[in-house]
Design a protein around this ligand. Structure first.
Ligand SMILES: Cc1cc2nc3c(=O)[nH]c(=O)nc-3n(C[C@H](O)[C@H](O)[C@H](O)COP(=O)(O)OP(=O)(O)OC[C@H]3O[C@@H](n4cnc5c(N)ncnc54)[C@H](O)[C@@H]3O)c2cc1C
Length: 355
């Protein structure tokens, strides 16, 4: 088959590598240029690492990326939790690793998807805003939470957008801060938490999660995130957070207005299907975006490779993913509830990690 993949994020790249292995002809069409694909970092579980390494002949180097402690703290309690098999990795490192397994003919940038051309109910070509047209037998929408391809597949409904996140990297001079520990502080004021994770010997990725209803105007009105970090706001957290903020270039911080997709009715229509955040974007509290993106790509490729007919492959894929995505959505709702009203005892806290 000739397969056109729209979106060159982690799910799209993983699908491309998995599908080309079985002699399909693939092309990935990405809206942005590589250098814009900065993003920050994420936690990935070893099961996802295994999936990523199973795609090709090279292995992701995760030396010095392991995270095996989680410290949850509020004003009254500190809870140490041992976590197994988790790694923190920068988004750009994972993207570069996956891109290196595709050729220039297989990966095209600056291609913003516009619409499909149809023959009857079947899509025959994808048209891009730069004028390029790609014909194919199968079209995969891997274009993220704001997917355009999704409009051709299923109606999307979202949970109310309650939790936003600011993400940034703190960089220290000549300090080895890597202690393999993910720390998350819950503010005394409910509806805000601050987490930070080492991503190299001298860098932390940090995030401030806040209830949009309570704090949205603070960050949106000021527009400049650096001015929103007032001493009063910082006083909500332990002192070490002040140090982290001071070592961060807040101009490079990213306000992530996360969207949480409800379970779609359908993940495919005829020969157009969805993977990754386009199919099941969930709130960032679960840290499950990469794991879902990679496993949906692999499961789609496996279904295609093992079925005689495309439609039965897509139906197998859909059935499998719906089950898994329902579980992620369920867990995300628990975390959201917990975010707005943290349990009295940190021992009852549900871990902000899901895979
Ligand atoms: C810039 C960025 C930064 C991120 N940073 C973090 C982070 O720090 N921590 C975290 O946990 N998660 C982050 N995420 C989300 C995380 O990468 C995803 O949840 C997960 O990897 C699933 O990936 P995906 O490929 O389905 O979606 P995405 O990673 O969103 O990739 C979708 C891709 O499709 C492209 N695209 C969108 N529209 C079109 C179009 N019309 N035509 C062609 N291509 C299109 C986008 O440019 C993007 O490259 C980030 C996502 C992005 C896009």
């Amino acid at each position: 088959m000739r397969i056109v993949i729209i979106g060159g994020g982690i799910a799209g790249l993983a699908a491309a590598i998995a599908l080309k292995r079985n002699k399909n002809e693939i092309v990935v069409k990405e809206k942005n240029f590589t250098n814009n694909n900065s993003g920050m970092a994420f936690m990935i579980h070893e099961s996802t690492v295994r999936n990523i390494n199973s795609l090709g002949d090279i292995e992701l180097d995760l030396n010095n990326h392991e995270i095996n402690n989680l410290i949850l703290k509020d004003d009254l309690h500190t809870n140490h939790v041992k976590i197994n098999g988790w790694y923190a990795i920068k988004r750009v490192k994972l993207l570069n690793f996956l891109q290196s397994q595709l050729t220039a003919d297989e990966y095209h940038e600056n291609c913003d998807f516009s619409y499909f051309q149809y023959e009857g109910d079947k899509a025959i070509a994808a048209v891009f805003k730069n004028g390029s047209i790609e014909c194919g037998d199968l079209f995969i929408g891997a274009d993220g939470i704001n997917s355009q391809v999704r409009n051709s597949v299923s109606e999307a409904h979202f949970f109310p957008n309650e939790i936003n996140e600011i993400v940034c990297i703190a960089k220290y001079k000549n300090e080895n801060i890597h202690d393999n520990t993910f720390r998350k502080y819950l503010s005394i004021k409910k509806g805000m938490s601050f987490g930070f994770i080492p991503v190299s010997n001298n860098e932390h990725v940090w995030f401030l999660q806040f209830d949009r209803g309570l704090y949205g105007s603070l960050f949106e009105k000021s527009r400049k995130i650096e001015t929103a970090f007032s001493p009063q706001l910082l006083s909500e957290f332990p002192k070490e957070i002040k140090n982290i903020i001071e070592n961060s270039d807040l101009k490079k911080s990213h306000l992530w207005k996360s969207k949480e997709l409800k379970l779609l009715n359908s993940y495919y229509k005829d020969n157009v299907c969805l993977i990754g955040d386009a199919a099941h974007g969930s709130i960032p509290l679960t840290s499950s975006g990469v794991s879902s993106g990679v496993s949906s790509a692999i499961e789609l490729a496996e279904a295609i490779n093992s079925s005689e007919y495309l439609y039965s492959a897509l139906s197998t894929y859909e059935e499998l993913r719906k089950k898994k995505n329902s579980r992620t959505i369920e867990y995300a709702q628990i975390l959201k509830l917990q975010f707005n009203s943290p349990p009295d005892c940190l021992g009852n806290y549900h871990l902000p990690l899901f895979h």
